[in-house]
Design a protein around this ligand. Structure first.
Ligand SMILES: Cc1cc2nc3c(=O)[nH]c(=O)nc-3n(C[C@H](O)[C@H](O)[C@H](O)COP(=O)(O)O)c2cc1C
Length: 234
């Protein structure tokens, strides 16, 4: 699978160390992790677009999937599920280290009855040690989703995801109606969402996802650079 150059070139750095990669403007680069679950490719397409947007905005980007938990017989019962799982096997699995590394986080999940998928929830439920250590505080975070029906749970899925982010002390950055692309993509201010009954996300939805990645990066950059200045001043 082709990834944008910036994603493919992502480097191992931790912004706890201010000597990390430096942008052309002389500032440390913003780290964005896009972490998602997708069974049949819709959320995967959104994840790639969010990652592209973050890279366009100058971030170092990690695109990471969470582990499949369903048994093989369940996956095999749906050819599209099996095909997508096999096609994305080369995308690294998300770890808590990715959360530690990131200044900005974008989480994606298909709706499961108005909630996030068990696969993404399992990943989130293993972040307790980071949470206890305060390492998720002030992470800038956002979410994106897909349901078969446009009103089949997209908004409630994002709100359910955001519950966790509030508990982390993360800073939730939803798109709101801050860009025309949000309206053109169906107008969900909570995060980019896609009604998949008609097929994979089209250009309007992908444009909104790219915008969401750019917006996440811009705000993560403000927060991270402010925090770095505070550390330098202390
Ligand atoms: C267990 C389960 C529950 C689902 N619940 C809903 C639902 O309540 N409403 C809906 O519109 N779609 C529902 N869906 C459909 C998926 O959310 C939808 O197909 C989504 O676009 C899949 O994204 P993916 O291709 O990234 O896996 C459900 C699917 C599964 C397997």
């Amino acid at each position: 699978m082709d990834l944008p150059l910036e994603i493919a070139n992502e480097k191992e750095t931790d912004h706890g160390d201010v000597s990390g990669p430096i942008s052309r403007e002389g500032m440390p680069m913003t780290n964005v992790a896009v972490i998602y679950y997708s069974a049949t490719g819709n959320v995967h397409a959104l994840a790639e677009a969010v990652a592209e947007g973050a890279a366009e905005a100058g971030a170092q980007v990690r695109l990471r999937r969470v582990a499949e938990l369903a048994p093989a017989e369940a996956v095999d019962s749906n050819p599209a599920w099996r095909a997508h799982l096999d096609a994305t096997a080369d995308i690294p699995l998300a770890t808590n280290q990715d959360l530690r590394w990131a200044d900005g986080l974008a989480f994606g999940s298909p709706t499961r009855f108005g909630n996030i998928s068990a696969q993404l929830k399992q990943f989130i439920d293993r972040t307790g040690p980071l949470w206890f250590a305060g390492e998720l505080t002030n992470k800038v975070a956002t979410g994106f989703t897909s349901a078969s029906n446009m009103h089949g749970g997209n908004e409630s899925t994002l709100l359910a995801l955001y519950n966790t982010l509030y508990h982390w002390g993360a800073i939730v950055v939803a798109p709101g109606y801050t860009d025309q692309s949000v309206r053109l993509a169906g107008g969900n201010p909570y995060g980019t969402s896609h009604g998949s009954a008609g097929g994979l996300p089209g250009s309007d939805v992908l444009a909104a996802a790219r915008y969401q990645g750019r917006r996440l990066t811009a705000i993560a950059e403000c927060i991270a650079s402010g925090a770095r200045e505070e550390r330098v001043a202390a």
